[in-house]
Design a protein around this ligand. Structure first.
Ligand SMILES: *[C@@H]1O[C@H](CO)[C@@H](O)[C@H](O)[C@H]1NC(C)=O
Length: 206
């Protein structure tokens, strides 16, 4: 009886420390070097730590459709292990960045021009919405479903988002649910509707 109780306590302590460990490692894993070099590359100079892939955006006309330009680990390998990245967001008049999540990071959006309707849903399904003005900063908490919409019929909006991960990841809700191979009958049951309705939604995204 006594040993049962003590092994329970040990298990509980183990489980608690696991939870605390997971909370402490909620960002990208720490690296044990100053920076990470690409495989087979013995040394680098400052150009490795410089990303010029956003230069073309400065002064360029707005795109036709909503556009994201990333400076994350894929585009800028020096970010590997540094737990930071950027995305430049361009919203032509009336465009939306459809509902999505970033599984590995919160998003800190700075609105550089225009106005922007933003919103996110917490895990109790409560919605938080805001109309951002130039110069405002909004945080989308890690992993929560969110969107941005430029409701202005004439003016473009520009934002820059910072992430606390070199590879925050994006899960687009419309695409991951309706533009993959989840069977129509599963979706129809999941959304309490019929297969025709599901196929209509799928056709719009294909
Ligand atoms: C749906 O998936 C296809 C194939 O992966 C892709 O080309 C298309 O852009 C996706 N649709 C949307 C709206 O992103």
């Amino acid at each position: 009886m006594e040993s049962k109780t003590s092994s329970c306590i040990v298990l509980l302590a183990l489980a608690t420390s696991l939870v605390i460990f997971q909370m402490a490692s909620a960002g990208d894993p720490d690296i044990l070097t100053d920076f990470v070099l690409p495989l087979g590359v013995p040394s680098v100079d400052a150009s490795y730590f410089t990303f010029s892939g956003l230069r073309g955006l400065v002064g360029a006309p707005p795109p036709e459709k909503f556009k994201v330009t990333k400076a994350a680990m894929t585009e800028f390998p020096a970010l590997n292990g540094q737990s930071v990245s950027y995305a430049i967001l361009q919203y032509p008049a009336g465009s939306v960045n459809p509902v999505h999540t970033h599984p590995r990071s919160a998003e800190l959006l700075f609105l550089m021009s225009g106005t922007l309707e933003v919103g996110f849903i917490d895990t109790t399904n409560k919605i938080f919405t805001q109309t951002l003005q130039i110069g405002d900063v909004f945080v989308f908490p890690k992993g929560l479903v969110h969107y941005q919409y430029n409701a202005d019929a004439e003016n473009c909006a520009w934002g820059i988002s910072a992430f606390g991960s070199a590879n925050a990841g994006t899960v687009s809700v419309p695409n991951s649910v309706f533009n993959t191979s989840i069977p129509d009958n599963i979706l129809a049951k999941s959304f309490k509707t019929d297969i025709i309705t599901i196929q209509k939604i799928k056709a719009g995204l294909a």
